[in-house]
Design a binder for this molecule. Structure first.
Ligand code: G4P
Length: 293
């Protein structure tokens, strides 16, 4: 499967991000807890050099809790502070303030030595499209947030949201590009619906998802669609057979009474994306460590 990316204004976005980053102390990077590496921007380490870093494992409600904890350890080992959150419900958000203070304690101490007291930490939210940036800012900042006026140097239109005496947030998130050179990561972003479905064949995508699930969460598909017969799925051809089985069980038929695998594929992807197959993580820290070794 060849996933095409259209980075478009990537260079421009990168330049804008570099300018914004100069204004802040802390980068709040949102990643999808189900695909923590694939939903990460490949250049963020370089862009964020010298800044305090907070990684939010967002959509933690959709991911396998065991692996979310493992990923949290992984990012901590890389020198980032980490919080697991569900921006939709607000779960986990309360911890953020104290973690931010901890992440920026060197800056706070530096300020104190210079006689600057109570200067709020300035942060910006960054992440690839659909990772939950707007949802997070809305939940975290809430309705009560007071915006301070435009400050010189801030990208036109950007404003600071004063969250508390100790934290100000740039009100517009930084949109980053995903790792478009990595086909596996692209596939996983497609599973979660972060890539426009129109550029991918739904059947093919669903079959790839079945292949993954059969290996890593063997009961998820069988349980949801009550597939009783033994099916071995070791290759994409067998995954298509499962798709046919789903079509059969769910009565997805074409006008000529053949099996409508397109409909079954859409059903599976919708079910997966709305959490009906359970809490599922699509990539695992051990694989990442292997790649690094
Ligand atoms: P973005 O600014 O980074 O592009 O992402 P945005 O906030 O628009 O969020 C993208 C989708 O992800 C939204 O769903 C949003 O509700 C959902 N979302 C964000 N954070 C979480 C989370 O922690 N858990 C879960 N389960 N979902 C989350 P949508 O279907 O596109 O919109 P809507 O139905 O919520 O309006």
């Amino acid at each position: 499967m060849n996933i095409q990316w259209y980075p478009g204004h990537m260079t421009k976005a990168k330049r804008a991000m570099q300018e914004d980053i100069k204004l802040i102390d802390l980068i709040i990077e949102l990643v999808d807890a189900r695909v923590p590496m694939g939903s990460r921007n490949p250049d963020i380490d370089e862009l964020g050099k010298g800044k305090a870093r907070l990684v939010l494992l967002n959509k933690a409600d959709m991911a396998d809790e065991h692996y979310t904890d493992r990923w949290a350890e992984y990012f901590k080992a890389q020198g980032c502070h980490v919080v697991k959150v569900n921006s939709r419900s607000g779960a986990g958000l309360k911890q953020i303030n104290s973690v931010v203070q901890e992440a920026c304690k060197e800056k706070i101490e530096r300020d104190r030595k210079r006689g600057i007291l109570n200067r709020p930490v300035r942060a910006m939210v960054v992440g690839i499209p659909n990772v939950g940036k707007s949802t997070f800012i809305n939940s975290f900042a809430g309705k009560a947030c007071a915006k301070t006026g435009n400050k010189p140097g801030v990208t036109k239109g950007n404003q600071w949201i004063r969250l508390s005496k100790t934290l100000e947030l740039l009100d517009t998130p930084g949109i980053l590009w995903p790792r478009f050179e990595d086909q596996q990561a692209g596939l996983k972003l497609a599973f979660i619906g972060s890539i426009n479905d129109e550029i991918l064949q739904k059947d093919e995508l669903a079959a790839e998802l079945i292949l993954f699930l059969w290996k890593s969460y063997p009961d998820a598909v069988k349980k949801r669609y009550q597939i009783d017969r033994e099916m071995t799925v070791e290759g994409i051809g067998e995954a298509y057979q499962v798709l046919e089985e789903i079509a059969r069980v769910r009565g997805c038929l074409t006008k000529g009474s053949g099996l409508d695998t397109g409909k079954a594929a859409a059903l599976l992807l919708d079910d997966f994306r709305s959490g009906k197959l359970g809490r599922i993580t699509l990539e695992f820290p051990e694989e990442e460590k292997k790649k690094e070794a």
